[in-house]
Design a protein around this ligand. Sequence first.
Ligand code: NAD
Length: 238
Amino acid sequence: MNKISIAAEDRVFVLTGAGISAESGLPTFRAEDGLWAGHRVEDVCTPEAWERNPWRVWEFYSARRAAGAKAEPNPAHTALAELERQLGDRFFLCTQNVDDLHERAGSRRLVHMHGELSKAHCERECGRPPVEDHAIYRSLAEVGRCPCGGRMRPHIVFFGEIPLEMERIQAEIAKATLTLVVGTSGSVYPAANFVHWARLAGARTAYVGPERPLNASAFTHVVVGKAGEVLPGLFQLG
Ligand code: NAD
């Protein structure tokens, strides 16, 4: 399949994963060694890791903030922002990524289901919303406290926690006639199930990435290639 045709009545749902930011120089999560930027997930990205050693968690996410600030959106981010400009509210983007490269490319109708690097929230479930936080911390003493007294933690959905905005995401998948998945290994749930929900809703489903994902058999089309090379020429609007 060289092109994906998008007709006037189509609604497009896009799910992106770490692979779309790989060509911007940000390491994916499940590279050969199974580590994220050299760290075991259990040490930096679980509620237990936070309980055990909050500084180790903040040190890791401070380093991700520093790397993210140096990275630039690549042609894949730009192609999705351009598609949104053409489709308007017939387009919806859900990213598993915590970087802000989609926004910096111009995407606006998007949710970050696994949180955002540029925010922090209270470690207690005190009900206050997340706040902007771009700091690159050098010690735990620098990290602020919520008015309720809880320590602020990265606004990241740790493994074992419930992803954000799931009701809205489910509603958007149910409305879409085309679901496109880009650069995700199909191993992190519930995102790996979105293609099944899309099929149940009767949508066409396509995957773009350099290797077949674990859930490849659920897609109607798999385009093998790097997102930054494939996406800019992929869409044919009718
Ligand atoms: P993953 O690391 O498990 O899988 C990455 C996928 O990207 C692989 O299937 C790989 O084949 C593909 N890929 C590699 N290079 C690509 C390219 N140039 N174009 C397209 N695809 C490419 O990632 P995941 O499935 O998104 O799960 C990892 C979790 O870790 C995510 O939920 C996310 O929250 C977090 N994470 C985020 C970032 C980020 O924000 N940039 C980076 C690493 C991990």
